[in-house]
Design a protein around this ligand. Structure first.
Ligand code: NAP
Length: 291
């Protein structure tokens, strides 16, 4: 039986309905959720990502503030903008679009974002919260992958999950989230010999590599859940993932499509984190004794 497709588009719609409801409720309490999106430079891909984020906010009742700066902006000036947004009570989440121009150190910029507004979940503090299982913002892409896995109804307890890729933004946090859900986790990377030896044992495979056809059908355990994070182009210029999708569909139990799988979930989880940030602020402002 061919794999069931896990639609990130559909799951996103369901989650965004709930986000819109929570945004309306917050707005009625004079705390409309607000997301600041900061773009430095004119990278065309970044412009598309930023536009999609701003549109997603508009569609769900989240207020967005887009700040665009020329590529010549100094690091000191960018840090000042971040400090101003940190202090703005109407801004609950701050996202600085990556990549930044080469003269700006992304680590210093991310470190400057208040942890309470780090809705991308990229800061060292947020990473520490994830590592220790403390409440905090989870990086949006792996958080979205977890929601996609949850939507299958398969309990991860006792399952073996293999993550291909160990980036700070996808692979490593993904592995930690799977571990928290009681999976037994293996992380593979470019120095892993015989990748298939690991993936063939996996009940869940998350491919976050950035090379198409990294995961082929002979590398997949029958019935496995396969989450394809990759965003690549095929020879015809069409968007594709890291998974050789058509043959893998014949072996896997579940598969996320590209496009329409992980991609829409990443923006949705950014909205979820922003709503949660606003709810924390609203609840903190609530008078004592208020139910
Ligand atoms: P990255 O920083 O380039 O990391 C890629 C990882 O893949 C590295 O850890 C690398 O290992 C590993 N790798 C490379 N070749 C490999 C191979 N042959 N076998 C096993 N592992 C290999 O990329 P990323 O930021 O994590 O993103 C990964 C992919 O996901 C990209 O296609 C990106 O565009 C996509 N992405 C999609 C979304 C979305 O919303 N859909 C969001 C984020 C990223 P080493 O560490 O040893 O170099």
């Amino acid at each position: 039986m061919p794999a069931k497709l896990i639609s990130g588009t559909q799951l996103s719609q369901e989650l965004r309905t709930d986000i819109a409801r929570r945004a309306t409720s917050l707005t009625s309490r004079n705390c409309q959720p607000g997301l600041a999106v900061v773009l430095v430079g004119e990278d065309p891909a970044s412009q598309v990502y930023v536009r999609n984020k701003v549109k997603a906010c508009a569609d769900t009742g989240v207020r967005s503030v887009l700040e665009t700066y020329p590529a010549t902006l100094s690091q000191a000036d960018l840090l000042q903008h971040v400090a101003r947004l940190n202090a703005d009570p109407q801004i609950h989440g701050i996202l600085v679009q990556m990549p930044l121009p080469r003269h700006i150190d992304p680590i210093q910029v991310i470190a400057a974002i208040a942890t309470s507004k780090d809705v991308d979940g990229y800061s060292v503090m947020s990473a520490g919260e994830l590592l220790t299982g403390s409440p905090g913002f989870r990086p949006c892409t792996p958080y979205g992958c977890m929601k996609l896995i949850e939507s299958t109804g398969v309990d991860l307890k006792g399952k073996h999950a293999v993550v291909i890729g160990r980036s700070n933004t996808v692979g490593k946090p993904m592995a930690l989230l799977l571990l928290q859900a009681n999976a037994t986790v293996t992380i593979c990377h470019s120095s892993t010999p015989d990748l298939g030896r690991f993936t063939r044992q996996a009940d869940v495979v998350v491919a976050a590599v950035g090379h198409r056809n990294t995961l082929t059908a002979d590398m997949v355990k029958p019935g496995a859940i396969v989450i394809d994070v990759g965003m690549n182009r095929d020879d015809a210029g069409k968007l594709c993932g890291d998974v050789d999708a058509e043959p893998v569909k014949e072996v896997a139990g579940w598969l996320t499509p590209v496009p329409g799988g992980v991609g829409p979930m990443t923006i949705t989880m950014l909205l979820v984190n922003t709503i949660e940030a606003a709810e924390r602020t609203a609840n903190a402002q609530q008078p004592i004794g208020h139910a």
